[in-house]
Write a protein that binds this ligand. Structure first.
Ligand code: SF4
Ligand code: SF4
Length: 409
C-alpha cells in the first residue's frame, strides 16, 4: 500500500474522542499528542504532506504502546494498528533504517530471532544481576525472576480421531519461559489433543514490525506460513503478543499477491492455548491451592485476538482458589514489546498504576499470558515488595499444576 492510501483508514476517524479514556499514555499525560486521536491526526497530516518527519511526530508515535485498547473502545471501527504501523514504517524509512534506533532496541531485534542465543544471554543476566553494573542496565534486573523447572512431557492419550494442533513456540517464550510452553503442551495432551511442533518455525516478527521494520517481519511471516502449512489444525501459542502478530500476517502480507491467500489461511488458524482448551469444552478437573490470584490479561490477547475472556473463563473453572480480578485487568502493563526498555519512565508510571490496582486485591499470585507482561509484572512485584509479597507466574504453569492436583483423589 502506498503511504498516502493510509488516508482511507484515517478518514474513518471522526475525532469523537471515545478512545481517549482507554489509552494508557493519554491517561498518564493528558496530552492530545499522546492519545490515539492525536496520533491518527499526526499520521493523517504526514500523509497529506502538511507536516514532515520531525520530533513531534516521532515522539507521538514512539510513545504509543501499540496496546490497541483504542481499537476496542472505538465505536467507528477505526483500524488504529494499521495506521500506527504505516506511520512507524514511514518514520523508519525517513530516519534511514535501524541506524537511528536506540542501542537496546537494535540488540533486542537482533537477539529475538535466535532463541538459543537469547536463552544464554538471559541465563547470564540472571547470574550477574546481583553484581555491580552500569545503572542504565541495573535498573532492569528486577524483571528477571528465578529460573523455573520445566515439567516433563506427558505421554499422548490420543486416538485416531483426536484433534491435532501445531504448536508455535515463540522465541522469547522458548528462551525465557520454556516451562509455560511445556505446561500448555501437557494440558493440551491431557485434553486429548495431538500436539505437533513444526521444526522450521521462527520468530513471529512482532518486535520488528512494531519498530517499523516491515521487511524483516515479512521474512519471518513467510517462513512460518511455510512451516505450518503441512497440517490444517490450529496454530497454538502461549504469548498474547506472538498470537496477535501471527493473526496479523493477513494484514502484513495483504499487498503481496503470492502470499495474501496463504497468509489469510494461516491467520485464520491461530488460537491461544486457553481458547483451545475452552473450545474443547475444557475436560479437566482443576484444583488450586486455597490462595487468592489475579490476572494481568495480555492487551494483545484482549484487543487483537479478542480472546481475553477465555483466560478468565479458564480461571473461573479452577476450584479451591479465589480469583479476584483487578480494575485494570485488560489494560496494558507498560511492557509492550521493548517499550519498557526504551521508555522506562513512562512504562514505570503505567506499571505503578497497575500495581496500585493489584494492591487493592492483595493477591498471593499474579497470573499472566505473555512473556513481556511476565517480565514487567515481576518488576512490579519487586517495586511493592516492601508491603506485599506476590508471585508472578504464567497462567499455563498455574493451570497445569491445578490440573495435576485435580487428578489426585
Ligand atoms: S479512533 Fe475512534 S474513538 Fe478514537 S477519536 Fe477516532 S473515531 Fe473516535
Ligand atoms: S495503542 Fe494503546 S497507547 Fe497507543 S494510542 Fe492506542 S490505546 Fe493509546
Amino acid at each position: 500500500m502506498a503511504f498516502d492510501e493510509i488516508l482511507l483508514e484515517t478518514d474513518q476517524c471522526n475525532k469523537c474522542g471515545f478512545c481517549l479514556p482507554a489509552c494508557p499514555t493519554y491517561q498518564i499525560t493528558g496530552n492530545e499528542l499522546a492519545s490515539p486521536r492525536g496520533r491518527i491526526a499526526m499520521v493523517e497530516a504526514l500523509a497529506r504532506g502538511e507536516i514532515g518527519v520531525g520530533p513531534g511526530l516521532s515522539e507521538s508515535l514512539d510513545y504509543c504502546l501499540g496496546c490497541r485498547a483504542c481499537e476496542t473502545a472505538c465505536p467507528s471501527g477505526v483500524h488504529y494498528g494499521v495506521i500506527l504501523e504505516a506511520g512507524r514504517t514511514r518514520l523508519r524509512e525517513e530516519r534511514g533504517g535501524s541506524g537511528r534506533e536506540p542501542w537496546l532496541v537494535r540488540q533486542a531485534l537482533r537477539q529475538v530471532g535466535n532463541p538459543r542465543r537469547l536463552a544464554r544471554m538471559i541465563g547470564l543476566a540472571r547470574r550477574l544481576k546481583d553484581f555491580p553494573m552500569p545503572r542504565k542496565l541495573k535498573r532492569f534486573t528486577p524483571m528477571l525472576g528465578p529460573t523455573q523447572s520445566v515439567p516433563a512431557p506427558i505421554q499422548s492419550i490420543a486416538s485416531p480421531t483426536s484433534p491435532s494442533v501445531q504448536f508455535f513456540n515463540g522465541c522469547v517464550m522458548s528462551a525465557v519461559f520454556p516451562e509455560a510452553n511445556q505446561a500448555a503442551r501437557n494440558l493440551l495432551v491431557m485434553s486429548g489433543v495431538v500436539v505437533q511442533e513444526p521444526s522450521n518455525q521462527s520468530c513471529c516478527g512482532a518486535l520488528h514490525w512494531h519498530a517499523g521494520d516491515k521487511e524483516t517481519a515479512m521474512g519471518f511471516a513467510k517462513r512460518n506460513i511455510v512451516s505450518f502449512e503441512d497440517n490444517p489444525g490450529w496454530v497454538v501459542n502461549t504469548a498474547g503478543g506472538c498470537g496477535a502478530m501471527l493473526l496479523e500476517y493477513r494484514t502484513l502480507l495483504a499487498d503481496d499477491r503470492d502470499w495474501q491467500e496463504r497468509a489469510e489461511r494461516f491467520s485464520a488458524r491461530v488460537r491461544d492455548w486457553s481458547t483451545v482448551l475452552m473450545q474443547l469444552g475444557q475436560p479437566l478437573r482443576m484444583r488450586g491451592q486455597r490462595e487468592r490470584v489475579t490476572l494481568q490479561n495480555s492487551c494483545h490477547l484482549v484487543n487483537v485476538e479478542k480472546a481475553g475472556d477465555d483466560a478468565v473463563a479458564l480461571l473461573e473453572q479452577i476450584q479451591d482458589h479465589e480469583f479476584s480480578p483487578i480494575a485494570g485487568q485488560n489494560t496494558c502493563c507498560g511492557s509492550a514489546g521493548v517499550y519498557n526498555l526504551t521508555h522506562p519512565d513512562w512504562a514505570l508510571k503505567i506499571l505503578d498504576q497497575k500495581m496500585a490496582d493489584v494492591r487493592t486485591v492483595s493477591p498471593q499470585r499474579i497470573l499472566v499470558n505473555n512473556p513481556g507482561c511476565q517480565l514487567q509484572m515481576q518488576w512490579g512485584a519487586q517495586r511493592i515488595a516492601d508491603d506485599l509479597t506476590v508471585e508472578v507466574e504464567h497462567l499455563a504453569t498455574y493451570t497445569y499444576r491445578a490440573a495435576m492436583r485435580g487428578r489426585q483423589p
